[in-house]
Ligand binder design. Sequence first.
Ligand SMILES: NC(=O)c1ccc[n+]([C@@H]2O[C@H](COP(=O)([O-])OP(=O)(O)OC[C@H]3O[C@@H](n4cnc5c(N)ncnc54)[C@H](OP(=O)(O)O)[C@@H]3O)[C@@H](O)[C@H]2O)c1
Length: 301
Amino acid sequence: MLVGAQRVLVTGGAGMLGSQVLLSAPDGTTAVGTDLVEGAGVPAVGVDLAEREQVAVLFEEQGPFTGVIHTAAYTAVDGAEEEEELALRVNGLACGVLAGACAEAGVPLVAVGTDFVFDGTSRRPYRVDDPPNPLSAYGRTKLAGERAALEAHPTGTRIVRTQWLYGPRGRHFPGTMRALAAEREELSVVDDQVGSPTSTLELAPALWDVLASGAPGIYHAACEGSCTWYDLAVAAVEAGLPEGADRARIVPCTTAEFPRPAHRPPYSVLDCSGLTRLRGRSLSPWREALMTYLGDSGEEA
Ligand SMILES: NC(=O)c1ccc[n+]([C@@H]2O[C@H](COP(=O)([O-])OP(=O)(O)OC[C@H]3O[C@@H](n4cnc5c(N)ncnc54)[C@H](OP(=O)(O)O)[C@@H]3O)[C@@H](O)[C@H]2O)c1
């Protein structure tokens, strides 16, 4: 457990996950948010984490920190195919720079990773030590970040891989499906990729727990259960609709029928047993977490 006055740096504080991490800081902890651009409710200065000098100044002026939760990333999965160098700078280099700063300060780092480090050929949930084999530029650059952080700060880095995120702030799949369903007669949604939709409301507290009491190494963190994007779209669109209400007809399609620039793993369910052991419980089942989010967000169907 964290003891004494805690002052934790949260990167990506203006992002979907980082903003929720800031909001769920435990009592007695000062969470200092930073992002690339100043503002957007983020209290600390804007910092480019790939710039060693800027990170040093951040630690000097906003610290001393007792730990860091790193959610900032280049997250445009398809964009990374065209911009792999930029993605590598943010997802790889910046992660290593931050880990180096944490090592120097002697404080733990929780860095958020992704299921896209796997190729999706497994037939059982991926364990933390299964060999990665990313299919996309995004996955390669995130894997480079994991490795850079573990190398720069082996005794203090906790990588927490997660997947299929949605939450109150930011653009995400359930929100997009609900918006499209209101506009279109028919929606085609991929039904041959399997994963676990994960709410930032569930993940953010778990990141704080890993920072407080997790041993260095790799963790997997996702909501319980699994489904396809099609299943998730149906659940998100149907939630809260009155019986018999008009709704878009949601039609399952294959990945081949809906080609995207980046290849995605067809199966990327994560074995989260390490995190479950650490916390004494798993994250909520995905459907339950989705309903909680939709109920809390006050979104109209
Ligand atoms: N979303 C998912 O489904 C998903 C799934 C698995 C893992 N993850 C991981 O979860 C984490 C959070 O994802 P998210 O969806 O919350 O991301 P997000 O909303 O895109 O937030 C990421 C933030 O990082 C900032 N950033 C980009 N480059 C930076 C730099 N050089 N220095 C400082 N900040 C920089 C971005 O600023 P700009 O917007 O100004 O660029 C953005 O505010 C990421 O590590 C991501 O890889 C996400």
